[in-house]
Ligand binder design. Sequence first.
Ligand code: GLV
Length: 380
Amino acid sequence: SSLTIPPPACMLRPLEVPFRYLFGPGPSNVPPRILAAGARPIIGHLHPEMYEIMNDIKKGIQYAFQTQNNMTIAMSGSGHAAMECAIFNTVEPGESVLVAVNGIWGERVAEIAERMGASVHTMVKAPGGVFTNEEIEKALAKHKPVLFFLTHGESSAGLAHPVDGIGDLCRKHNTLFLVDTVASLGAAPIFMDQQNIDILYTGSQKALNAPPGTAPISFNERACQKMFTRKTKPVSYLLDMSHLSNYWGNDGKPARLGTVSDLQAFCTGLISKTSWKHHKEVAEYLWTGLEDLGLKLFIREKDLRLPSVTTIAIPQGYNWREILQYIMKHHQMEMTGGLGPSINMVIRVGLMGYNCQKRNADLALAALADALRNCKKSKA
Ligand code: GLV
């Protein structure tokens, strides 16, 4: 038989990827040194050098998370992979899960937990809303969840949610405390062990400066106890921590499973982590510049603002889509609108990792000023 499908002409064209300023909520621009690490030769996933790289990465994540947890790995996949891994491994069908929803990520977790058959309870606030420890304790007492989920860096709302004291409440109520730091790790302080966080995960493509596709996650002893004494198997084979922990050499048994990922590039990104102080300084510089343009910040209280992703209330008399299209067309710059419940409420500007520099804040402010001059609607 002959080939009836001809080779596609597009495959013969050279690949072209334009340069863009990625000043949205991520992915962020990746510095040349880290891009170069990703271009190093491929080695086998079971070669000794790969295990050395993985051990170094594990130490890097333990540092970035401020944890001594042995069960610390970087998994292949986006932040969603880590989100599903955390839930699939620690929750069995029918068990109670409590989710704080104040933006898109709580909504996602509630849906994921529902899909795997958990009994899901939500505490819901408008995007950017803050849950008090009293409200959380009341809900823990009422729903007796095996797992409580909170987003530390709510990128859809631009909120850095306080975490102190919640881990202790979860211990008191025999609940595992799961925290999402995809948009905040490296940009805002988090102390996994000191804050009694049982499961913590993040993504590679935001303040950590690496390409998308790797998600660090860590489980403490309490979380391991729950996930390794479960009666049913996790619903996902790929995300089953009994396999992943074996590959990472965390279970003390000979390795039997491999995954392929861009771990080398990730490793280089991790150790170049930009400091919390630096993100705060650049964010404050950006916030002042935005207010000087007459823009209003969506999160009023400075201490609750996420340093990596800033949310601007959509200015009156403008269409946010027009502003974003204008900035992309004339400044080759990505900013984004809201996400999930914050859609039509905000414009989001992210300056994280390598992009977190005052001169980038100046570029973003100039682009916004230009858009404000040129995108005013003729009629409201
Ligand atoms: C993505 O992570 C976002 O916040 O849009």
